[in-house]
Design a protein around this ligand. Structure first.
Ligand code: 5GP
Ligand code: MG
Length: 181
């Protein structure tokens, strides 16, 4: 596979579509086991998770539902000084088994700010499925329950993840070339 260029940066092949497919299938199999009979509600965080969420959801053979939200982040009056609200979350969450579907957990700030508001809606349980996590970048106490790949602290694109709006459509995952750091 060849390097790609997006805007001013070069990216090099990192994880192939075939490897991704295998890992996402494996996560779906775990969820099939863990959530049989529970009708989980998957909530995909837009935009980055849409491809991962679609593949994960297609791997489910149990009864399950899916919805998508956007997170809007602003400086608020909470103790953290950072509030994240969900746009488009219309489902009744009370008593539901919720699985948040994220593209990547980097510092963990986004989910750390969002989860308390979610808990206020009294779901029966909340777990997190992340396509990627960067343990080396984590700054908040957020742990994904299902992770396809733990990766080093490098910027990646493809499989739904973008660089300034572009690159989401690549079926493989690419990482920023070291030379461009
Ligand atoms: P966090 O709040 O965990 O620091 O950031 C999570 C968000 O940052 C992700 O949902 C994603 O939008 C963005 N992000 C973090 N790392 C990367 C990366 O390597 N590539 C891309 N494309 N986005 C990233
Ligand atoms: Mg995101």
């Amino acid at each position: 596979m060849a390097d790609i260029r997006i805007h001013d940066k070069r990216f090099t092949p990192f994880i192939t579509a075939t490897e991704i497919e295998q890992r996402v299938r494996a996560l779906a199999a775990l969820i099939n086991t863990d959530y049989a009979g529970k009708n989980p509600l998957l909530i995909g965080i837009l935009n980055g998770s849409f491809i991962f969420a679609a593949d994960l959801f297609r791997g489910l053979t149990i009864e399950a539902e899916i919805s998508f939200i956007k997170l809007a982040s602003y400086k608020g009056t909470s103790s953290s000084g950072h509030v994240v609200t969900a746009i488009g979350l219309e489902e009744e969450l009370h008593g539901r088994h919720v699985i948040i579907v994220e593209d990547i957990i980097d510092t963990g700030k986004t989910l750390h700010s969002f989860l308390p508001g979610l808990q206020q809606r009294q779901p029966a349980s909340v777990k997190i499925a992340a396509f990627l996590s960067k343990p080396g970048a984590l700054q908040y106490d957020v742990r994904a329950d299902y992770v396809a790949f733990e990766i080093a602290n490098k910027f990646v694109v493809g499989y739904g993840l973008d660089y300034d709006g572009h690159g989401r459509n690549y079926p493989d995952l690419y990482r920023l070339k070291d030379a461009d750091f």
